[in-house]
Write a protein that binds this ligand. Structure first.
Ligand code: FNR
Length: 189
């Protein structure tokens, strides 16, 4: 058994740098960690649709979150905040009230930008929303990847210092994952 992480890029575009960060992490992880990449192409949140008629894509998304041991969100910053796509997905996953798959879930946020500021404001905003949902955001040095265009080759993050920094945060993420998985990770890595 592996630690099962779900990677969520906060951008829908094919050439997304956020997606490239997750794709760069995949081969760099210990074999004891499985990082699947999901996508946030969901309908707009509508409370009238949240109940017996919850869209199938949303149900599948909630299930993927529930089945993961932890999340790795890699997100751009849009206008000094998180993209609507990411907020929308977090809002869907925050329900049903009191039974959210995000409550208690370990979550690492990585912010990504071509600018040297690295999306630090989106990073702060994402963590604030995760606290509202009572997730467990990874504490410690924030993974903020600036000047990202220079750090990607063939659709993957290849910059060694950025990868090392992100991998150390993934260790802290795994420390927040369910104990049984953590023990197996310690055995295998
Ligand atoms: C941006 N971009 C941006 N970058 C940044 O560092 N701070 C910001 O506030 C914004 N604002 C912003 C708004 C909108 C609507 C767009 C489309 C873009 C630039 C952004 O970082 C850049 O387009 C990234 O490449 C987007 O991430 P992905 O799609 O590569 O993952």
């Amino acid at each position: 058994t592996q630690v099962r992480l779900l990677g969520l890029p906060g951008s829908l575009r094919q050439g997304s740098y956020s997606l490239a960060v997750l794709r760069g992490l995949q081969p760099a992880l210990s074999p004891a960690v499985d990082l699947q990449i999901g996508d946030l192409r969901l309908p707009l949140y509508d409370q009238d649709q949240d109940g017996p008629s919850t869209p199938q894509t949303v149900q599948a998304f909630r299930q993927a979150v529930a089945e993961s041991d932890g999340l790795v969100i890699a997100t751009p910053e849009y206008n000094h905040g998180i993209p609507g796509v990411l907020k929308n997905a977090l809002d869907w996953a925050s329900r049903p009230l009191g039974h959210s798959a995000l409550t208690g879930k370990a979550v690492l946020v990585i912010s990504v930008s071509p600018a040297f500021t690295g999306g630090v404001r989106a990073q702060a905003q994402a963590n604030e929303t995760l606290l509202a949902i009572q997730s467990r955001p990874v504490l410690g040095p924030q993974v903020v990847i600036g000047n990202v265009t220079n750090k990607i080759r063939d659709g993957r993050l290849t910059d060694e210092p950025s990868l090392r920094f992100a991998l150390s945060a993934i260790d802290r993420l795994i420390a927040l994952c369910p104990a049984v998985r953590r023990a197996e990770y310690a055995d295998q890595s």
